[in-house]
Design a protein around this ligand. Structure first.
Ligand code: ARG
Length: 474
């Protein structure tokens, strides 16, 4: 038990708190991750107190020293034990108690003009900023990795049958698929950057419980110290909003959604039936029973983490719905759900980034099957349309042709194009791609799977990523 009482409302109640209810009301374990951010927030509050002439410079010095000692205890890992030894409801109470352990009576000046309400909101904003920046970097790294793999796949000319409904659709280059993964992760990085920026906008510190303070706190100095552009405008909103944490959980769920979709495909590619990819031993697991197994666990886990993040988003949103403005204890649960989702989600995003690096794509298998299932049929229909046949008629004619070839168990060849030209009443020859490579080379639109279009897209994505890096490192 800490020397200083860690219940922050001791004076009001005569009887000791019910232990089970106290435990039920604790968010200490979930909050511990916030400890370093609370210390920064508390240091800034000292600035606000001193700046407002509320404490002397000696008191400020004592409080800062005590907070720095707490910071070292957090960094070296001993703080958690001290915190657990108190009956503090949360990490904020535990830090307050520890400051009093270190600074004695002077430590009791720290909480002047401050409520845990503005403390939680500010600490959470700092935490969200930190984690969003980390997630943005991970997402950008993942995009860069996918692009590096895309460059290799483009040079190798690896073809792939794009599917819709998991049915062979049209030939693409593997590089196109990888560049698509990069696109989704670039969007994820942008989303995370946005959340991080929003978490730099306005500091709730100095909002007090819900209406501001009669003490002349220097909110601007505190905001500056914490890297916020300005203090928040409305105390009631500032202490009751969990928008930043919700936005980050949303961004995590969305990024994991992108990861889960790529994972689904990789898992299937790694089956012997497909043989399109092989996961390096370093990222695979075996079976305790079946000696032959090679399981692509990281990608399966990423899928499940994505589902869990979606659930957490719904849960976190739920806890904020319908509660009146200002602080209500429900928001403690919002925080716990959000922190859990963010910590686990970021772990899963990191894991996806490293697992992706262990995928070896099988050029021959992918390329060999890129034309399976008559994936050039659409291009052949396009060739009729280009010669003036209506889309509907072209679809019908090629559909009939595919059915005939399918029945005979053969692929389409030049003779089929002659047959088509005749059936459509066109002069021969009818020019159309008959294999997967010819198909991708025949693509003409911006954003298509034509090799040149992919090269262009990769270069553009690389430029965007490089610009992002410059912006975030200045
Ligand atoms: N343990 C609370 C939380 O983490 C702290 C805020 C308490 N404020 C209050 N008025 N009870 O959300």
């Amino acid at each position: 038990m800490s020397e200083s009482s860690s219940l922050q409302w001791g004076g009001r109640f005569a009887s000791v708190p019910d232990a089970a209810l106290l435990a039920f009301g604790s968010s200490l374990e979930e909050d511990l991750v916030l400890a370093p951010f609370d210390v920064r927030c508390s240091l800034a509050h000292v600035t606000a107190l001193f700046g407002g002439g509320i404490i002397t410079s000696e008191s400020a010095k004592t409080l800062r020293e005590a907070l720095r000692r707490v910071a070292s205890e957090i960094a070296e890992g001993s703080f958690a034990e001290h915190a657990r030894a108190t009956n503090a409801e949360d990490v904020h109470g535990a830090i307050d108690a520890r400051v009093r352990d270190h600074a004695g009576e002077e430590g009791a000046r720290l909480h002047a003009g401050r409520s845990r309400n503005d403390q939680v909101a500010t600490t959470l904003a700092l935490y969200v900023r930190n984690r969003a920046q980390h997630a943005a970097d991970t997402a950008a790294t993942t995009a860069a990795l996918a692009l590096a793999q895309a460059r290799i796949a483009l040079a190798d000319g690896t073809l792939l049958a794009a599917t819709t409904h998991w049915q062979p659709a049209q030939p693409i280059l593997l590089a196109f698929w990888l560049a698509a993964v990069a696109e989704s992760f670039l969007r994820a990085a942008t989303r995370f950057d946005r959340v991080a920026n929003d978490a730099c906008a306005a500091s709730p510190l100095g909002s007090g419980a819900c209406s501001g303070s009669t003490l002349p706190l220097d909110r601007e100095a505190a905001a500056r110290e914490l890297g916020f552009a300005t203090p928040t405008r409305n105390a009631l909103d500032a202490i009751g909003s969990r928008d930043l944490a919700l936005d980050l959980v949303h961004a995590v769920a969305r990024a994991l959604g992108a990861a889960s979709r790529a994972s689904e495909e990789i898992v299937l590619w790694c089956t012997p039936a497909f043989g399109y990819a092989r996961l390096d031993d370093a990222a695979s697991t075996g079976s305790s029973l079946m000696p032959q197994k090679r399981n692509p666990d990281p990608f399966e886990l990423v899928r499940a983490h994505a589902a869990a993040a979606n659930g957490a988003l719904a849960a976190a949103l739920g806890t904020t719905t319908g509660i009146a403005l200002s602080y209500h204890r429900d928001l403690q649960e919002t925080k716990a759900i959000a922190i859990h989702a963010i910590e686990r989600g970021l772990g899963a995003l990191d894991a996806f980034a490293s697992a992706l690096g262990y995928v070896n794509y099988n050029h021959d298998a992918m390329t060999a099957h890129a034309g399976d299932g008559y994936t050039v049929a659409t291009d052949i229909a396009d060739s009729l349309i280009a010669r003036g046949i209506t889309a509907r008629r072209a679809h019908e004619l090629v559909g009939t042709l595919v059915t005939t070839a399918e029945r005979a168990g053969r692929i389409l060849d030049a003779n089929d194009l002659d047959t088509l030209a005749d059936a459509a009443g066109l002069a021969r020859p009818l020019e159309a791609p008959l294999d997967a490579l010819a198909s991708v080379r025949a693509k003409r639109t911006i954003g298509s799977t034509h090799p040149d279009a992919i090269a262009h897209a990769i270069a553009e994505l690389e430029t965007v990523l490089a610009a992002r890096e410059r912006n975030t490192t200045v």
